[in-house]
Design a binder for this molecule. Structure first.
Ligand SMILES: Nc1ncnc2c1ncn2[C@@H]1O[C@H](COP(=O)(O)OP(=O)(O)OP(=O)(O)O)[C@@H](O)[C@H]1O
Ligand SMILES: [Mg+2]
Length: 421
């Protein structure tokens, strides 16, 4: 029987390997919403460098939340767009799909009014919060605040209403009904991905609204689950002092067992197995990095093209490495091109130090020495590269590249090639 490559480099995986503890934390909050009709808890914030599985985790949790009867709204934040208007759209779409509000003209009218109010407060760049904060990515510095500018309150009211409507669905008057035997009327779960890209003002409004909703937790059947790059916790605490009450959860690379499960479980579904040697090779090459595992898993499958009952062998892996490397190079090239000349110089120096020391973690002092600059003058490129997810701090003034292989790629480029890029 013909088989199909089950691996998903760059897409939400068919099977989420590992992450049981992280999914458990989300489930705890969702269960509270479902069982008690109350707030799940302080916003959950998963943070990790690129490719470690934040989106995959949130998408899996979203599916689970829907399976237990929650409505969900998903927003991927971006520096180009204000995210609160997107959140409104996502919440509205989610309710509409469930046939809400359905309690007759009065309820629908009330909901429309609520939406209009909150759109006015949040949707237009330049609206002011308490005379100080401005929503949007391009604030208008001298726009005078409208008389009723209260985006926090407006968002709070809207989320309260939306969560209450979601909870009430399936009860009297609702057309939402039961889907596939699932009990309706659980509540609302917001999933906010790429949260580091949200503007500080939008973030502040959201955190304030969430904090206020927590003041009446039993009245708000809602949970907020977010993810972003490692700078996210810092951005949150900067946006609102009480932001530190969010629950911060770092995502690490997969354990060796989970890395192997990432490869074997999707293959088993098609009666294809991995030889132990092949598994060892992939595990050694990828260091538990989920994107790399998917990439090399897929490349191996393409080389082997196994029939059902077939075995993926070490030879297939060896033959697949060049094509996986090519794809990885394309990603590295994009990272390189997205860096300023100052950041590129930092990356090059850091890669040289890492390669010469044979270590992943590099000190700030060693990078500065390699560049022939004082340690204090490399702060800006260092911060920017952390923000972009190219490098990450690992404590005690140490940083490392977030993608295995990037240091080698940078040092392997000829000097001429580097200056041309
Ligand atoms: N637990 C997992 N099990 C299986 N595959 C995974 C897992 N986590 C991530 N992946 C795979 O790794 C790749 C990257 O995952 P994902 O896009 O979720 O990462 P991310 O942290 O959101 O990255 P980015 O910061 O670039 O958005 C995807 O191809 C996905 O299929
Ligand atoms: Mg992602």
């Amino acid at each position: 029987m013909v088989t199909v490559d089950p691996y998903t480099p760059g897409q939400v995986p068919r099977v989420l390997a590992g992450r049981a503890a992280e999914l458990g934390r989300i489930r705890d909050q969702v269960s509270r919403v479902v069982a008690f009709g109350e707030l799940g808890g302080a916003p959950l914030v998963f943070h990790a460098p690129r490719g470690l599985g934040k989106t995959s985790l949130l998408r899996t949790a979203q599916r689970e939340a829907e399976e237990v009867g929650c409505l969900t709204a998903w927003v991927a934040c971006s520096r180009e767009r204000a995210f609160l208007p997107e959140l409104l759209h996502a919440v509205r779409r989610s309710l509409e799909r469930a046939g809400l509000p359905a309690g007759g003209d009065r309820e629908a009218g009330r909901w429309r009014t609520r939406l209009e109010k909150v759109s006015l407060e949040l949707g237009l760049p330049g609206l002011s919060v308490g005379g100080e904060l401005r929503t949007g990515v391009d604030p208008v510095p001298d726009a005078s605040p409208p008389a009723e500018a209260a985006p926090i309150g407006a968002l709070e009211d809207l989320l309260h209403d939306a969560a209450t409507l979601a909870r009430g669905r399936g009860r009297e008057g609702s057309r939402g009904g039961t889907r596939g035997g699932v009990s309706p009327g659980a509540g609302l779960v917001l999933f906010l991905d790429e949260l580091h890209a949200a503007s500080a003002v939008d973030l502040s409004i959201l955190l304030n609204a969430a904090q206020n909703l927590g003041g009446a937790r039993e009245a708000n059947p809602l949970a907020v689950v977010t993810a972003g790059l490692p700078v996210t916790p810092e951005a949150i605490v900067r946006a609102a002092t009480f932001g530190e009450r969010s629950v911060f959860v770092p995502l690490d690379v997969l354990s060796d067992d989970d890395a192997r499960a990432l490869l074997t479980v999707p293959a088993q579904a098609q009666q294809v197995t991995w030889s132990p040697e092949a598994l060892d090779l992939v595990a050694a090459e990828c260091h538990g990095h989920p994107y790399l595992l998917q990439l090399l898993g897929s490349a191996t499958w393409q080389v082997a093209r196994p029939a059902s009952g077939g075995v993926l062998e070490a030879g297939h892996v060896v033959a697949a490495v060049p094509s996986a490397r090519d794809q990885l190079d394309a990603m590295f090239r994009a990272r390189w091109a997205g860096a300023t000349p100052g950041e590129q110089a930092f990356v090059r120096a850091m890669a040289q130090v890492a390669q010469s020391q044979g270590a992943d973690n590099v000190t700030r002092a060693a990078i500065a020495a390699q560049l022939g600059q004082p340690s204090s003058s490399i702060s800006v490129p260092r911060e920017r590269l952390i923000e972009k997810g190219v490098i990450e701090p690992v404590g005690h003034g140490l940083v490392r590249f977030t993608m295995p292989g990037f240091a080698r790629w940078v040092t392997e480029l000829s000097g001429e090639h580097l200056t041309q890029e």
